[in-house]
Write a protein that binds this ligand. Structure first.
Ligand code: G4F
Length: 326
């Protein structure tokens, strides 16, 4: 039975990946941070087959210990300070966890794996690295121009992954994933913030939602589709980097309109207030990915459409809010 160690196991992607790998017959171990982390109870209830091991991306010794204990065949580094807006408020923490954390994990793998290192490594790189985009659509060769402490930290993690592959011959892949969402998405991200608000407005629990820049455009896919690409990357004869995206872009405004429409509300502008607090010091205006390399080499293609994604998130949030009322 192959073993996978996942950092960021309690996040959206960690949960989908754990489910996917468990279904493929893996022993799944998740790195869990902090003392009495309340999320470990949620994990035990929702994904009881996941084994948890303590460790922190900010602590090299803990990563070495976690690897020695787990003896993984594959390591998926999904752990990060992943909220771009927060990275502007806590840039040093973001650089330490999202950036240097990758270096620590790779060092730990190098030290524990020894010669002919058998451990395969996946780094969750991000389309935020393209930032002020130099070309459209963005592919694996598009120059990087990050626009936030988060994007800068991800560039460091991405370059470090490539460097360890080239310097030490590690099987290390970087998946440059564009935005991916689901009913499990955190409420701080714009998609889930909107679908949760739509559900509450629909049920008369909330009057409005305050948002920032509605003009930003993103390439949004379904997280459940994207974790399959992570696994496919680590199943190839040679390690490489891949863009994972749908190839379609939509403005935040389009997402908002569609989400309200999915709840049967057409006059969405009545319920949206623009609040300068949600604008960022520097914005990424347009992201749209070219995933043709993943299609030809991994046989990966997104399955869920934008409309299906928005509708599933709204439907799920209405269900959650209804249940709370009972
Ligand atoms: O949902 P967001 O916070 O996601 P963002 O910044 O694109 O980052 C996400 O995708 C990246 C991949 O490209 C990941 F690496 C990263 O970890 C994360 O998952 O914001 C999307 C857009 C932005 O342009 C933001 O300015 O929505 C705009 N926006 C407008 N009003 C808002 C809001 N974003 C948030 N979070 N909250 C608002 O009220």
């Amino acid at each position: 039975m192959p073993t996978a160690l996942i950092t960021g196991i309690t996040g959206q992607d960690g949960q989908y990946l754990a489910e996917h790998l468990h279904g493929e017959g893996y022993r799944v171990v998740g790195l869990i941070t902090g003392q009495r982390n309340p999320r470990s109870e949620t994990m035990a209830a929702d994904l009881p087959y996941v084994e948890l091991v303590p460790g922190d991306l900010a602590d090299l010794a803990s990563l070495i210990a976690a690897l020695e204990y787990t003896q993984p065949d594959e390591v998926y580094n999904l752990g990060a300070i992943s909220f771009v807006a927060l990275s502007f408020k806590q840039p040093e923490l973001t650089a330490n966890v999202t950036g240097l954390g990758v270096l620590r994990l790779l060092e730990a793998i190098r030290l524990v794996g020894g010669v002919n290192n058998p451990i395969r490594f996946y780094q969750a790189s991000s389309s935020e690295m393209f930032g002020k985009v130099r070309e459209t659509p963005q592919n694996e060769l598009t120059p990087l121009h990050p626009r936030s402490p988060y994007g800068s930290a991800k560039v460091f993690g991405h370059n470090t992954t490539v460097n360890y592959r080239e310097s030490y011959g590690l099987y290390a892949c970087s998946g440059i994933l564009f935005n991916h969402e689901s009913p499990r998405r955190g409420l701080e991200f714009v998609t889930r913030k909107v679908t949760n608000a739509v559900a509450r407005i629909k049920l008369g629990l909330q009057d409005e939602v305050a948002l920032g820049n509605l003009d930003a455009k993103r390439d949004w896919g379904f997280a459940g589709d994207y974790v399959q690409a992570m696994h496919l990357m680590l199943s190839q004869p040679e390690p490489d980097d891949y863009v994972i995206a749908t190839g379609q872009t939509h403005a935040v405004r389009d997402f908002v309109q569609l989400a309200f429409a999915a709840a049967g509300i057409d006059d969405w502008e009545r319920y949206v207030r623009i609040d300068p607090r949600f604008f960022r010091p520097a914005e990424v205006d347009l992201l749209v990915g070219d995933a043709s390399k993943a299609a030809s080499e991994l046989g990966w293609e997104p399955q869920m459409s934008f409309e299906e994604l928005v509708t599933s998130m709204v439907t799920n949030d209405i269900e959650i809010e209804r249940r709370k009322l009972k």
